[in-house]
Design a protein around this ligand. Structure first.
Ligand SMILES: C[S@@+](CC[C@H](N)C(=O)[O-])C[C@H]1O[C@@H](n2cnc3c(N)ncnc32)[C@H](O)[C@@H]1O
Length: 189
């Protein structure tokens, strides 16, 4: 890897933060085994924790090619993908996602990888909503989704949207910070 590639990994890939840790902790507590997909893996931290701390086989995916490379460097199986588009129906026992969720101005720069890691568009839910519409297709019967949401994004709105897609939601972890509360929702059909 040359210097430019290395810089790309450092500046273009979301590095683990409190949200990553909350999602990894919850997923590792609740997953035993099976086939697990982490959507939007970033550095691969969450996928790596699940692969290491459970008996699951984990596939990591991200729309950002720098993230896929960083996840592969940690030894993960990583696939470049927009949400769940390339995966076959009924494939996964669990899907985890720490999505971009910060509400941002209309003129946000979507051609910047870090912006794509953070920005949920004007509502904060512009990646979450299509994820909720698509994820049911790739879940095996009895499959579970672990979705990180923030009070900035609107937890009630996400729960309502998940309900419209046929999921019931339970909060399985939360943590409060000065400017937001983070919650991990467990979604089942
Ligand atoms: C908040 S970061 C989370 C990264 C990592 N999972 C973690 O918790 O540290 C969101 C990630 O979602 C990815 N992402 C954004 N839009 C996506 C899409 N449409 N499909 C797949 N990944 C996406 C971003 O590239 C970024 O890596």
């Amino acid at each position: 890897m040359d210097l430019a590639d290395r810089r790309g990994l450092e500046t273009d890939v979301y590095q683990p933060a409190e949200d990553s840790q909350l999602l990894a902790d919850a997923a590792c507590r609740r997953i035993d085994d099976g086939l697990v997909l982490e959507v939007g893996t970033g550095s691969g931290y969450v996928a790596d924790r699940i692969a290491t701390e459970t008996d699951a086989r984990v596939i990591a995916s991200d729309v950002n090619p720098h993230a896929c490379r960083q996840a592969r460097e940690r030894g993960l199986e990583a696939v470049r993908a927009d949400l769940v588009s390339p995966f076959v129906d009924d494939a996964f026992d669990a899907v985890a996602f720490n999505p971009p969720y910060l509400p941002t101005e209309e003129d946000a720069e979507w051609d910047d990888w870090m912006e794509r890691a953070l920005s949920g568009g004007e509502s904060g839910r512009e990646v979450i909503d299509p994820f909720l519409a698509a994820v049911g297709r790739v879940l095996a019967p009895g499959g579970v989704v672990y979705l990180l949401v923030s009070s900035l994004t609107g937890v009630d709105e996400v729960v309502e949207r998940a309900g419209e897609e046929g999921f019931s939601a339970v909060a399985v972890a939360d943590e409060s910070f000065p400017f937001e509360t983070l919650t991990v929702l467990e979604l089942v059909r």
